[in-house]
Design a protein around this ligand. Structure first.
Ligand code: SAH
Length: 405
C-alpha cells in the first residue's frame, strides 16, 4: 500500500538560460547552478519547480533540475542532455540504478549502506542510508518535498526496510515550508529503539538514527576500517578522531591487543565503548577525551608508541577560506602521528575535505612524515567505498593513505 506522508504539492515549469561559464559547466554535467549564473528566467520559482535549461546559441535542451530558492545553488540539476519526464518512473529508475551499484557490497556480511548519495546518484541534497531494517532519509534541500512520496515508496520497495526515519538539515529546520515534517520523524513503520544495531563486514555497530550526526554513523570508511581490522591482530592501535569507534572496534575484533580511542567528545567515546561491547574481543579498550593536537603531543611526551595509528579528522575546509589552515592541520597531524608509530608500524591518514585534493593531501602527509626523519613505504591509497560513488568533482572528498614507517 502506498504511504503518503505529504499532501500533493503542485510545481511549475521554468525555462532558464545561463551565463556562458555556467553553461559550460552544465555541458560537463556539473549538477550545480548558482543564483548569479542565471541569465534569463521566465517565471519566479518556488522550491521543487522543474527548471529546463536551454542553451543560448541554439535554444536546445541542455539539462533539467529543481529550483531551490533557499540556497545559493539555485538550481540542482538531475538530468542532462536528453530531456525526460521527471515522474514517478524516473525516480524509480534512479533508485534502482543506485541499488544496482551497491549490490556487490550487499553480498558481504554488511547490512548498512548508503543507498542514495545526493548529487553522485543524480539526486542533489538527498541522502538515504540503510541500517539493518531502518532507512534514514536526510534532506538538505526543500526541492524534494513535491516528490517525496514517490521517493519514499520506491526506497521502501527496493530495500524492504520496515521503518523510515526522516532527518532534516539545519537549513530545513530553520527556513521555508517543510509541510509540518520534523527532524527525526518516523515517516513509515515504527521505531522501537532509536539506537539501531547493524553489521559492517561482520562487525556490529549501533547508530542513534534520531540524534546522531548526519544519519547516525559514517559509512564512507567501511573498507578502510575492514583493512585496519585485518592489520590489527596482536597489535596496539591508536584511533584519533574516533567518533563512535569505527576503526577502534574493527581493530578490537581483528584481534588488537590494545586500542586507544581519542576524541574531543565524551559522548562519541561512550558510543565507541558500547560499540566495542557489542563484539567479543580480548584486547583492552581505553578512551581518551582530548583535543587531538594536544592529546597526540601528550602521548609523544609520555613516549608512547603504537603499531597502528589512525588519524581521520572531520572536514577542516568547510569553506574556500579555510583551505590553507586545513592543509596546515593535516601537516601537523601527520607529523604528530608519525612520532607515535612504532618501528615498522603503520600510519593511516585520512581526509574528508573535498577542497583539499587527493594529490595535495598525500603530498602534505608524505612530506611531513619525512620531516620527522622517518622513512616510509606506501602500502595503499584508497578513496570511497562502492556505496559512495563519485559523480562530480566535489563528490570526491575521501582519501586515505596507509604508510609503513
Ligand atoms: N573516524 C570516525 C569519524 C570521525 S568524525 C569514524 O571512522 O567513524 C570526526 C570526529 O572528530 C568527531 O567524533 C568529533 O567529535 C571529533 N573531533 C572534532 N574536533 C576534534 C578535536 N579537535 N580533537 C579531537 N576530536 C575532534
Amino acid at each position: 500500500m502506498d504511504h503518503n506522508p505529504l499532501p500533493f504539492i503542485t510545481t511549475k515549469r521554468l525555462a532558464v538560460k545561463l551565463k556562458p561559464a555556467a553553461e559550460k559547466m552544465v555541458k560537463k554535467h556539473h549538477p550545480w547552478v548558482f543564483e548569479d549564473s542565471i541569465l534569463k528566467q521566465n517565471l519566479e520559482g518556488t522550491a521543487g519547480d522543474l527548471v529546463i535549461i536551454f542553451d543560448n546559441a541554439k535554444n536546445n535542451f541542455l539539462a533539467c533540475g529543481l529550483y531551490d530558492p533557499y540556497s545559493p545553488i539555485r538550481i540542482k540539476l538531475i538530468q542532462f542532455k536528453k530531456a525526460a519526464q521527471i515522474n514517478e518512473a524516473w525516480f524509480k529508475e534512479k533508485i534502482f540504478q543506485a541499488y544496482e551499484l551497491r549490490k556487490p557490497l550487499l553480498l558481504t556480511d554488511t547490512n548498512s549502506y548508503r543507498l542514495l548519495f545526493g548529487e553522485n546518484d543524480h539526486l542533489p541534497g538527498l541522502i538515504a542510508d540503510v541500517y539493518d531494517n531502518v532507512l534514514v532519509i536526510k534532506l538538505y534541500s526543500h526541492i524534494w518535498f513535491p516528490y517525496f512520496n514517490w521517493i519514499l515508496k520506491h526506497l521502501i520497495a527496493i530495500t524492504g526496510v520496515t521503518t523510515v526515519v526522516l532527518r532534516l538539515s539545519r537549513l530545513l529546520q530553520t527556513k521555508g515550508d517543510v509541510y509540518g515534517l520534523k527532524d527525526g520523524q518516523i515517516v513509515y513503520g515504527e521505531l522501537k529503539d532509536e539506537v539501531v544495531v547493524f553489521r559492517e563486514h561482520g562487525v556490529l555497530f549501533s547508530a542513534n538514527v534520531i540524534k546522531g550526526h548526519k544519519t547516525g554513523y559514517f559509512l564512507d570508511h567501511r573498507h578502510n576500517r575492514k583493512m585496519v581490522g585485518e592489520l590489527a591482530s596482536g597489535k596496539t592501535v591508536l584511533d584519533v578522531f574516533s567518533y563512535a569507534g569505527g576503526f577502534s572496534v574493527h581493530a578490537l575484533t581483528g584481534g588488537a591487543r590494545e586500542v586507544v580511542s581519542l576524541d574531543i567528545s565524551k559522548h562519541a567515546l561512550d558510543m565507541a565503548k558500547s560499540n566495542a561491547a557489542l563484539n567479543p574481543h580480548k584486547g583492552t579498550h581505553e578512551v581518551l577525551v582530548a583535543d587531538a593536537f594536544k592529546g597526540l603531543q601528550s602521548l609523544i611526551d609520555a613516549q608512547k608508541l603504537f603499531d597502528i595509528v589512525v588519524i581521520d579528522p572531520p572536514s577542516f575546509a568547510k569553506r574556500e577560506s579555510e583551505i590553507e589552515k586545513a592543509k596546515n592541520s593535516y601537516a601537523r597531524l601527520s607529523k604528530l602521528g608519525a612520532q607515535l608509530v612504532a618501528q615498522n608500524g603503520i600510519l593511516v591518514l585520512a581526509s574528508c575535505s573535498s577542497r583539499v585534493l587527493a594529490d595535495e593531501f598525500f603530498s602534505i602527509s608524505e612530506k611531513n612524515i619525512m620531516d620527522t626523519g622517518r622513512a616510509f613505504e606506501v602500502i595503499q591509497k584508497t578513496a570511497h567505498d562502492v556505496d559512495h560513488p563519485i559523480g562530480f568533482k566535489e563528490g570526491a572528498y575521501l582519501k586515505c593513505g596507509y604508510y609503513q614507517l
